[in-house]
Structure formats: structure tokens, C-alpha cells
Design a protein around this ligand. Structure first.
Ligand code: ADP
Ligand code: MG
Length: 502
């Protein structure tokens, strides 16, 4: 029997070999994913720094090579300090987002997967131009060394930046299929413009068609704030890392310093509950004790719930503005639920229902117009496996006077959290968590109630209108005959009567 050969591979090599896990399955899906990842990076770079986003995307065919495209994305975001540019774009799992704050990127690989895919399919370097406003403009041409997961700088230049502008431009080539990806890309951009009514986005497609999504407001939602981990959501690995890195001298200090919403009183109570001396040094805990401490932290019910300031919702006003701008419905209602928690991660659900106007009825039998968003990202694939779809199907919509398969009704669900429970790394659909299901259900029912009230008001008005029409038709004749019968030549003013009909 031969002996198995063992070796380790770099993260870049792993994703090179398994690119479908990140959503880069085929040229069409890759075209969509590339645009999506780059737009999301640009949006994160704007919003976390309170910059009103301005994004320009150009996708063009490279004339000399079949199926090869060149993508160019430009934003007015915070830019990247020049020494971080090579690893940020050339080293998988390098990110500025490994903190507890709501962002779109989480894995430190989206943009790089796009670049890596481009490199694999065309063997062309990526060009990045960026400035933070305080530095010069830096231009880098990079490739990724897949085996060692390191950036290779092909060339580097700088230009003066006297007006202190900031932003980033990324440009690279890849093998794609725009024809098959087009519908998804346009839908993605439209939904992004819906959830972000303050975004100006221009897209020029390979056919030279210009898509313009203009903002209808300059108001930005409040940006998320970075927080410490909540004790209910901590795992043993994080706990032992914190213990090994801490400068705290005692357990009581350790808990207060490293965990979200743990004050002195809570720390004392918890340490009493787990029988740990508050003055004991955290470094003195052995691995069994760390294991028990972690378990007890996850199960302890008396920690204060996480504060939602690390989350950034859209808010009902902006949500309604966005939906009105992109869907032009007859009626729209939105709800933002209070913060809630699953496994120690705070989350907030927002929902909206749009009805009538330019909202169309579902295209095929069994379809439902559901638009899903997570941390302000539209999710387009696998709607039927998503928790929101499950909840919508569970609600008895006839109680709200609608038939969701036939009526012109559209549902919008937005979940924001420091950790969205995606089922796959491609970030397409959200796993069922009872706490999330509960919040979605109540958000929708709340919208449903207001829709029902509107529809009832509308039905009442319809009856009134019909009655008026009939009366308008017959009243002149009745008035005429009545006057003749009474032997009067003047016809009474029946318009006054019409005004009083309710
Ligand atoms: P992630 O977004 O998950 O962190 P990416 O590979 O997409 O991973 O991006 C890596 C890092 O590069 C980001 O964390 C961010 O700091 C930086 N970055 C990427 N694109 C931009 C951009 N357009 N503007 C500013 N910084 C960016
Ligand atoms: Mg990203």
C-alpha cells in the first residue's frame, strides 16, 4: 500500500481550486459577482466614512479576444493607504472589516476573488488607483501569487493630489458572459438603488447603453459603530485568544474590558454564577476552565442584550423613498423592528410592502415578488430557500385582503446584523433562525395590517364613486320629472345633494 502524500495549500490556492463556493461558478455568474463585489467594496468605503456614494461602472468588451471583458469601477470612497493597497487586493483573507461592525464585506475575499478570477481567466494584472485624500494618488499594477497568497507588484507610480480628492479606481480583465448576466446585473443595480436612495450610480454596459440611477435624497443613515463581542455569542477559540492577549489583571476587569455591555455588576454576578474568583488572573485559567467559562457565557441569560448601535438600518423614510423612486407604487408601507438577538449577534429586520402602480403581479404561477436585502446588499439567487420566503408563505394573506400570487404586490425584507447567517459563502440566502423568523413575521404582519386598512379605504371609496356615478346619471332625470309632476318649471339644484352623499 502506498503512503498518502500530505501538503498544505494557501487560501488563494484553495479559492482558486474551489471558486464556485464564492459564487464564481461560470462566466455569467462571475460577471455578476465581479460587479457586485466591487460595488459593495465601494459602498462600504463610502458609508463607513459618511461619504455620499458616487459610483461609476464601465464594462466593455476587449475587441481582440472573444468573451473577454474589462471592468472599470470608480468611487469617491475613503481610499486605501498606499502600503495597504497590495495586500488588500492581492492577499486573500486580508481585510479592514474583521471587526464587529455591520459591513457588506465580511470574509476579506470578495474583491480579491473577483481579481483572482480575472487573473486565472486572462492572466492580466489588475490596476488600482487610490488616494485617501491626505496622500498622493497611487497607481499599482498587481497580480496574486496564488501558491504563496501574496501580492506581486508589477509596477507602481504616484501622482500629486493637490485638491485632496479621495476614492478608488479598479480595472481588470476577465472572461465573462454579459448577455447571460445582463438581467441579473440590472436587477442588482436597481435593487441597490432602491435600498440606497442616496446613491448616484452610472453603469455603461458593453453595448454602450447607459444606466443612470440618480439619488432622491442626500440623507445617509447613521453609520454603524464598532463594538466588542457579546458574551452570549463568544466561542471558545475567541475566548482563549482574548485571554492570551489581554492586559487585564483580574477576571472582573477582563470581562468588563473585552465584552459588550458587561459592567461591574453583571461581571460580579456572572463570576459568582460560574464560581470563579473575580480577582483571579485570566492568564491562570487552564484549558478546561476556559471551555467551561465559554459554555457558561453562551448560556447565561442575564447579560444585557447587545446594543444595536453597531448596526445601521435604512429606516422607514429612506426605504419608502427608495421604493417610490425605483418602483413607483400606488401604496407603500415600511416598518423597522426593534433590535433583537440571535446567538449573541444583534440584528434588526426592516420590511416594506409596495402595492399597485408600477408594481406588477408575479410573472408565473407560484411566484412571489420578494426582494431581499442583507446589510443593504440585494440578494438575487436562491430566494426559495430563504427564511423570508418561508415566512411569507406561512402568513395567511387573505386576512390582509391580498392574493400574493395574483395581486400587484411586492415584499421587501432587509436584515442587518454584525453577522448575517448566510447559508453559503456566496452570500445569497439566509438560514432559518427562529428569532429572525419571528421578527420578519411581525414586520410583515404590521405592514400587512396597514395595507389592509388602505385597501379597505380604497374599496369604500370605489363603492362611493360607483354610487355617485349612478346618482349622477339618474338624478337629473328624477329632478326633471319631479319638477314636472309638481308643476314647477325650475329644476332644483341637485348638485348640492350629490356632495352630501357618503
Ligand atoms: P472584504 O470586503 O470582505 O473586506 P475584499 O477583498 O473585498 O474583502 O476587500 C479587501 C479590503 O480592501 C477591504 O476590507 C477594504 O479595506 C479594502 N477595499 C476594497 N475595495 C475598496 C474600495 N473601493 N475603497 C476602499 N477600500 C477598499
Ligand atoms: Mg468586499
Amino acid at each position: 500500500m502506498s503512503i498518502e502524500k500530505f501538503k498544505s495549500i494557501s487560501p488563494a490556492d484553495f479559492f482558486y481550486k474551489n471558486r464556485e463556493i464564492a459564487g464564481f461558478d461560470n462566466p455569467a455568474k462571475a460577471t455578476y459577482m465581479i460587479i457586485r463585489e466591487l460595488v459593495e467594496n465601494s459602498l462600504d468605503a463610502c458609508e463607513t466614512h459618511k461619504i455620499i456614494p458616487e459610483i461609476y461602472i464601465r464594462l466593455r468588451k476587449v475587441p481582440t479576444t472573444p468573451n473577454v471583458y474589462e471592468i472599470h469601477v470608480q468611487d469617491n470612497g475613503c481610499g486605501i493607504p498606499f502600503d495597504h493597497i497590495p495586500p488588500a487586493f492581492g492577499q486573500i483573507l486580508y481585510s479592514s472589516k474583521y471587526v464587529l461592525r455591520q459591513t457588506r464585506g465580511t470574509f476579506g475575499m470578495g474583491g480579491k476573488m473577483a481579481i483572482l478570477y480575472g487573473q486565472i481567466t486572462t492572466h492580466f494584472p489588475v490596476t488600482i488607483i487610490s488616494s485617501t485624500g491626505v496622500e498622493d494618488w497611487y497607481l499599482f499594477k498587481l497580480m496574486i501569487d496564488i501558491q504563496s497568497n501574496k501580492p506581486i507588484v508589477k509596477s507602481r507610480r504616484s501622482f500629486p493630489n493637490p485638491s485632496h480628492n479621495h476614492g478608488t479606481i479598479i480595472e481588470f480583465r476577465f472572461e465573462g458572459d454579459y448577455t447571460r448576466a445582463k438581467q441579473r446585473i440590472i436587477e442588482y443595480l436597481k435593487l441597490t438603488a432602491t435600498i440606497l436612495p442616496y446613491l448616484n450610480l452610472t453603469f455603461i454596459d458593453p453595448d454602450g447603453v447607459l444606466y443612470l440611477f440618480s439619488r432622491s435624497t442626500k440623507i445617509l443613515p447613521k453609520p454603524p459603530i464598532e463594538v466588542l463581542p457579546h458574551p452570549n455569542g463568544v466561542d471558545t477559540e475567541t475566548l482563549s485568544r482574548l485571554i492570551s492577549e489581554t492586559k487585564a489583571k483580574s477576571m472582573i476587569e477582563f470581562l468588563q474590558k473585552h465584552f459588550h455591555r458587561v459592567g461591574k455588576r453583571t461581571a460580579v454576578k456572572f463570576l459568582k454564577h460560574v464560581n470563579v474568583d473575580p480577582s483571579r488572573s485570566p492568564k491562570s485559567l487552564v484549558s478546561d476552565e476556559i471551555l467551561h467559562l465559554g459554555q457558561a457565557m453562551r448560556n447565561y441569560k442575564f447579560f444585557l442584550p447587545p446594543d444595536a448601535k453597531c448596526l445601521s438600518t435604512i429606516g422607514t423614510d429612506l426605504l419608502i423613498k427608495g421604493i417610490k423612486k425605483e418602483f413607483n407604487p400606488e401604496f407603500v408601507v415600511a416598518v423597522t423592528r426593534p433590535p433583537s438577538v440571535y446567538e449573541g449577534h444583534p440584528f434588526i429586520v426592516e420590511a416594506a410592502i409596495a402595492y399597485g402602480g408600477n408594481v406588477s403581479s408575479p410573472q408565473c404561477p407560484g411566484d412571489i415578488n420578494l426582494f431581499r436585502f442583507a446589510n443593504k446588499i440585494p440578494l438575487l439567487y436562491d430566494a426559495y430557500n430563504d427564511v423570508s420566503m418561508k415566512v411569507i408563505k406561512k402568513i395567511k394573506w387573505w386576512r390582509y385582503r391580498v392574493d400574493i400570487e395574483k395581486d400587484p404586490i411586492a415584499f421587501f425584507i432587509h436584515i442587518c446584523s454584525t453577522k448575517i447567517p448566510y447559508k453559503t459563502i456566496g452570500k445569497e440566502y439566509i438560514a432559518d433562525r427562529p428569532e429572525i423568523e419571528y421578527e420578519i413575521e411581525w414586520a410583515l404582519k404590521n405592514c400587512g395590517k396597514r395595507l389592509r386598512a388602505y385597501l379597505m379605504r380604497k374599496a369604500k371609496m370605489e363603492i362611493k364613486k360607483r354610487r355617485l356615478l349612478i346618482l349622477e346619471k339618474y338624478l337629473p332625470h328624477i329632478a326633471k320629472f319631479a319638477s314636472e309632476l309638481a308643476g314647477k318649471s325650475d329644476i332644483p339644484n341637485y348638485f348640492k345633494l350629490l356632495k352630501h352623499i357618503d
